[in-house]
Design a protein around this ligand. Sequence first.
Ligand SMILES: Nc1ncnc2c1ncn2[C@@H]1O[C@H](COP(=O)(O)OP(=O)(O)OP(=O)(O)O)[C@@H](O)[C@H]1O
Length: 255
Amino acid sequence: MCAWAAPQPGCHRDIVTLNDVSFSFDGKPVLSHLSFRIQERDFIGLIGPNGAGKSTLLRLIVGLLTPDSGRIELFGAPADQFKERELIGYVPQKNNFNPLFPATVREVVMSGLFGRRKLFRRVTRQDADRCMDALRTMQIEDLADKRIGELSGGQQQRVFLARALISNPQLLILDEPMSGIDAETQQNFFHLIRHMHQKHNITFLMVSHDMEMVRSYLGEEPKETSGKLSFFVRHSHDLEDCAETDLLHTVRKEG
Ligand SMILES: Nc1ncnc2c1ncn2[C@@H]1O[C@H](COP(=O)(O)OP(=O)(O)OP(=O)(O)O)[C@@H](O)[C@H]1O
């Protein structure tokens, strides 16, 4: 990620660019003139105090809010024309469910496959297999037939992570994904996302208050700051190794 450096070739295509983005709620500025770029295979840790605008920034990127001014591009397309929503997995900060909400865990996870266009599509065997893979990854296969509203906050969080994973996204946007999750599950989850970043080309944008975790993976110092926001960044491989790493990825995909 870098503010308006020249685009780089190879595996560093731009996934998200913000150019001079400002946003306010009811006339109160939250983000002012923010510019940054997330490149393929970056892992961005977004840090800042309560109210700094972290969740607002994520919601702008996923299209739930529109900037007052400035431009956002996703995978090279203006955000308001971007159609391939399945490329982006998003887990918002809070997913509090009414205990009576009728959907099962399996249905909630499966809904991650059905964009608006595919809402009434038949569930195929392949969909069901992908659902089981996502449940297994988050270690919640045993909860598949439970009602989502019956689960604890941490269990619900894992369901939403499985839902974000099922469509095989290229960019995962996670808003404090570890909050409400016990220490052991946090460790497993962190191990999993590191693995996804390093071995599966997934780009991450993650809000976290866990400075120890952020520093251990992304380094001691932020690469950039804007207002009260700090961006800690790690690319998944040494930049000079790109050609070789791309080849390895290609071989693996074909093999
Ligand atoms: N829907 C809303 N209407 C009005 N103001 C809002 C709304 N959502 C957020 N805000 C305000 O915008 C500012 C930024 O909020 P945001 O949730 O983005 O902060 P954050 O950095 O994610 O905080 P936290 O660490 O507490 O989650 C805060 O002052 C908040 O009160």
